[in-house]
Ligand binder design. Structure first.
Ligand code: PMP
Length: 365
């Protein structure tokens, strides 16, 4: 055995074994340069190739047109909660709309209150974030600059399967795709901006990908810090200052791997199969396992569930861990269990979990 476990963590999360091994092989002496990527100048010809290849592979994966810039930034998705209104709103009086389907969307909404006038179009809080509104009933602001969604709520396991259209022509759709980035094809042209922390589906922590329509760049509010201004990074191909080189390098390996797998259509098929197995097991358990999320919007990436006999949850998590399935504890804010099954979680990991769940139920009726 390699000693590797099935890691169901929500992020940082499991990465493809082939990518880890490739990085290991290149770690000591990157392609004959005599040093590792970590030790190398971000202005070197080797790193120039790495970052450009990462960008072009990502563009291929998501069919990103030349109308968009792809930026590799720091500060996590959390920093984007502030960067968005700073860049997209002409002034602190600008109106924007937020649909809040979980706690990440709520954090984004609250941060925006410092830099513009966000309007809460819809919140799922009263129903404990278990659904997504129907789009026709939304009361959007007539003058909103953008409409923000969190495409996949990592903690609550609620995922948009389709996207709303902003009500007025001046507004653009903005999405936090941190936890379902590159898990399925997405029509980027429907969005003004997409952002994603890498550490779930595409790499280690430390880099955040921003895909932004070029005409939205260059109008930041005057108080915007230079590091948060998209123009700074778009003008310099994300090399204004020292970028998170190693994280970008790993993302590049992951993008290449996803292309090798046949691209995001294939990737989505695998993800649907894995998630389907898990939800089917939950739903066929006769109420022994419960997933509170409305069926049509259940996430393919993060599967939260509880045990009817909640006193057994600790045992469930401990026994699973002993069998090499780790990090199944739910987020501290909601409790229960959560299986994060990102792209890199092998089918074998989900098969093992499902078998364990059935066995656990049989042993502890
Ligand atoms: N948005 C979503 C959907 C997330 O899952 C997370 C992290 N769990 C964040 C934002 C915050 O990301 P970061 O830690 O990179 O700031």
């Amino acid at each position: 055995s390699t000693g590797r476990v099935f890691n169901f963590a929500a992020g940082p999360a499991t990465l493809p074994e082939s990518v880890i091994l490739e990085a290991q092989a290149e770690l000591f002496n990157y392609q004959g340069s005599g040093m590792s990527i970590m030790e190398m100048s971000h202005r070197s010809k080797e790193f120039d190739y790495v970052i450009k290849k990462a960008e072009s592979d990502l563009r291929s994966l998501l069919s990103i047109s030349d109308d968009y810039s792809v930026l590799f930034l720091q500060g996590g998705a959390t920093t984007q909660f502030a960067a968005l209104p700073l860049n997209l709103c002409a002034s602190p009086d600008t109106t924007v709309d937020y649909i809040v389907t979980g706690s990440w969307g709520d954090k984004a909404f609250k941060e925006a209150q410092k830099y513009c006038k966000p309007n809460l179009v819809w919140s799922g809080k009263a129903e404990k974030y278990t659904n997504i509104p129907s789009f026709d009933s939304l009361q959007q602001s007539p003058d909103a600059r953008y409409l923000h969604i969190c495409a996949n709520e990592t903690i609550h396991g609620v995922e948009f399967k389709d996207y709303p259209t902003p009500a007025n022509k001046e507004a653009v759709l903005v999405a936090d795709m941190s936890s379902n980035f590159c898990s399925k094809p997405v029509d980027v042209s429907r969005f003004g901006l997409i952002y994603a922390g890498a550490q779930k589906n595409v790499g280690p922590s430390g880099v955040t990908v921003v895909i932004v329509r070029k005409d939205l760049i260059g109008n930041a509010q005057p108080i915007t810090p230079v590091m948060l201004d998209y123009k700074t990074h778009a003008d310099t191909l994300s090399l204004y200052n020292t970028p998170p080189c190693f994280a970008i390098y790993i993302c590049g390996l992951v993008f290449a791997d996803l292309l090798k797998q046949g691209g995001l259509v294939e990737v989505e098929k695998n993800n649907a199969k894995k998630a389907g197995m898990l939800y089917d097991t939950i739903d066929a358990s006769g109420g022994y396992y419960v997933c509170p999320v409305e069926k049509s919007v259940r996430s393919l990436m993060n599967v939260p569930f509880t045990l009817r006999r909640s006193e057994l949850e600790k045992t469930f998590i401990a026994e699973a861990s002993k069998e090499g399935m780790v990090q199944l504890k739910g987020h501290r804010s909601v409790g229960g269990m959560r299986a994060s099954i990102y792209n890199a979680m092998p089918l074998a990991g989900v098969e093992k979990l499902v078998a364990f769940m059935k066995d656990f139920q049989a042993r502890n009726p």
